[in-house]
Write a protein that binds this ligand. Structure first.
Ligand SMILES: O=C[C@H](O)[C@H](O)[C@H](O)COP(=O)(O)O
Length: 220
C-alpha cells in the first residue's frame, strides 16, 4: 500500500467524527485533500466549513461546500487536519505545507481535533521533520539568529510566502524532548507569528492509515 493510499484511508475514516450538522474545520495538505473529497459526499448534512488555507478553501468551494469566515462562526465541533509528525501524546509537528498559523487558530477554536495521517508520521520523538516557523519578513535574520541560540539550524524556505504574507524558517537538528516548552520559547521570539509545534493544543485523536486498515490512536 502506498503512503497516499494510507492517507486516503485515514481521511475517509474521519467522516465518522462528523456527527453534528454544524461547521466543520478543515486543515491543509495532501491527506486533507482526501478528506475534502470524502466530506463532499455528505455535504448536504453539514452547514459548511472553516478553512485553514486558500488551497483548501478553493477545493471546498469547487465541491460547492460553503466556506465561512472564522469570525462569523461561534463554534467548530470538529477540526480535521493532517500532520508531518505525531508523538504518542498526539503532540504534532505541522506546517510542511506552510499553513501552520491558520491551522493553529482553527485547532484552538475547535472542540475536537481529529488528526489524520499515514503510518509513517507516528514517531517516538518529534523533530526529525524540520520544524516550520512562520516569521514576519523583516524579522527573518534576527529570528534565525535567536533560533541558533536555542540549538536549532534554521533554513529559509526560499520562494515561499504564506497565505498571511509571511516567510517560513524550517528548523533542522532538533530533538524535541519538551514540546510545550519549545513551542512557548519559539513563540516568545519577537517576529515569530507562530511555530509548527502543536503541543499546548495537541490532537484529541489520531486516525492512522496502516497496511491493516485505519488505527485509532488515543493520547497516552
Ligand atoms: O501546512 C501543512 C499542514 O500542516 C499539513 O497538515 C502537513 O504538512 C501534512 O501534510 P500532508 O497531509 O500533505 O502530509
Amino acid at each position: 500500500m502506498t503512503a497516499d493510499e494510507m492517507k486516503k484511508q485515514a481521511a475517509w475514516s474521519a467522516l465518522e467524527y462528523i456527527t453534528t450538522d454544524g461547521v466543520v474545520g478543515v486543515g491543509t495538505g495532501s491527506t486533507v485533500n482526501h478528506f475534502i473529497d470524502a466530506l463532499a459526499t455528505i455535504k448536504g448534512r453539514i452547514e459548511g466549513a472553516v478553512s485553514s488555507s486558500n488551497a483548501s478553501t478553493q477545493r471546498l468551494k469547487d465541491y460547492g461546500i460553503h466556506v465561512f469566515d472564522l469570525n462569523e462562526v461561534k463554534e467548530v465541533a470538529v477540526y480535521v487536519d493532517g500532520a508531518d509528525e505525531s508523538n504518542h501524546n498526539l503532540q504534532l509537528v505541522k506546517g510542511g505545507g506552510g499553513a501552520l498559523t491558520r491551522e493553529k487558530i482553527i485547532a484552538a477554536v475547535a472542540d475536537k481535533f481529529v488528526c489524520i495521517a499515514d503510518a509513517t508520521k507516528l514517531v517516538d520523538v518529534l523533530g526529525k521533520f524540520p520544524l516550520p516557523v512562520e516569521v514576519i519578513p523583516m524579522a527573518r535574520s534576527y529570528v534565525a539568529r535567536e533560533i541558533v541560540k536555542l540549538g536549532g539550524q534554521p533554513v529559509y524556505r526560499e520562494g515561499v510566502i504564506t497565505d498571511n504574507h509571511n516567510v517560513i524558517l524550517d528548523v533542522h537538528g532538533l530533538d524535541i524532548m519538551e514540546p510545550i516548552k519549545l513551542e512557548k520559547k519559539l513563540n516568545d521570539i519577537v517576529g515569530v507569528v507562530t511555530n509548527g509545534l502543536f503541543a499546548m493544543r495537541p490532537a484529541d485523536v489520531l486516525l492512522l492509515g496502516t497496511e491493516n486498515g485505519t488505527q485509532t490512536v488515543n493520547p497516552k
